[in-house]
Design a protein around this ligand. Structure first.
Ligand code: GDP
Length: 193
């Protein structure tokens, strides 16, 4: 199942958010969680920038995806970065808050590093989304970094700690492509409902 996609907008301010009539699926996660790599792996193209320096993506990027059904995938800047000025952080916070309150969002995919599970700012994001009653799909990333024998116990431990999740959790690796098919079909099913 190949999804073609094109970048339709990069927004630094809310008035740059593009008008369209498709459902929006938003990806959020800590900087360096593997969000850009996952976007590229899902759409089989190098559209999102992969970086070794956390916190590089500052704009909100909108990709129109020719999936089944079509939708708009929204790439939010990663959270949990420190090297950013107060003024810039404030602008970012205002854009994100306004965006999430706009009722455009069908689903948020919350990316969490499978090696670490939910860290403090992942919990803050979880709580924030719960407050807005936005449905969330949890995607654990970098599955290949956890050996096969440790995967079940890691997942069991995260499930036991608890997290809010309308679909998933999905376990994926952009490196080996494991779990990508399940994520894409889960997403398609959700969007068709
Ligand atoms: P972002 O900041 O969340 O967009 O993260 P990136 O996609 O830029 O990835 C951050 C780093 O993690 C890069 O060095 C990637 O090569 C690496 N990475 C991302 N996904 C995976 C994965 O599934 N497996 C492994 N081993 N490395 C990954």
């Amino acid at each position: 199942m190949l999804w073609r996609a094109q970048l339709i907008a990069c927004a630094y301010r809310y008035d740059q958010v593009p008008p369209h009539h498709l459902p929006e699926v938003v990806m959020v996660g800590r900087s360096n969680v593997g969000k850009s790599s996952l976007i590229n792996a899902m759409i089989g193209q190098r559209l999102a920038k992969v970086s070794k320096t956390p916190g590089k993506t500052r704009s909100v990027n909108f990709f129109e995806v020719q999936g089944d059904p079509p939708f708009v995938l929204v790439d939010l800047p990663g959270y949990g970065f420190a090297a950013r000025s107060g003024g810039e952080l404030e602008l970012w916070r205002r854009l994100i808050e306004r965006y999430f309150r706009s009722s455009r969002v069908s689903l948020v995919l919350q990316l969490v590093d499978f090696r670490h599970g939910f860290l403090k700012n992942d919990r803050q994001m979880e709580e924030y989304l719960a407050g807005l009653q936005i449905p969330v799909g949890v995607v654990f990333t970098k599955l290949d970094k956890v050996s096969g024998s440790r995967r079940k116990s890691a997942l069991d431990a995260y499930v036991k700690e608890g997290f809010r999740c309308s679909i998933g959790p999905f376990l994926v690796s952009s490196e080996t492509k494991e779990g990508l098919g399940d994520l894409k079909s889960g997403l398609s099913l959700w969007l068709k409902e």
